[in-house]
Design a binder for this molecule. Sequence first.
Ligand SMILES: [Zn+2]
Length: 83
Amino acid sequence: MNYLNCGQCSLWDRMGGLIMGKECIQRLAKTSLELLDVLEKMEWSIPAGSDGARTQCPKCFSFKYSGHRPDCTLDNLLKNMSK
Ligand SMILES: [Zn+2]
């Protein structure tokens, strides 16, 4: 069994699931929102073209007008976090 904890959440319920402490859930939610904000700012952050008007993804290097490559991990992360 994988044992994942922060050193503070270490209680297990009778079904074997991890019970997270309220502060840990709040910290996880806050961190996720901050990460989402950073990732959204990174998404099309590479200027391209002579005037820098076109932008590229820093992960798959596709241009914004053509969209991410299907296997772009940044795109997949953003989609998963925005659900
Ligand atoms: Zn991409």
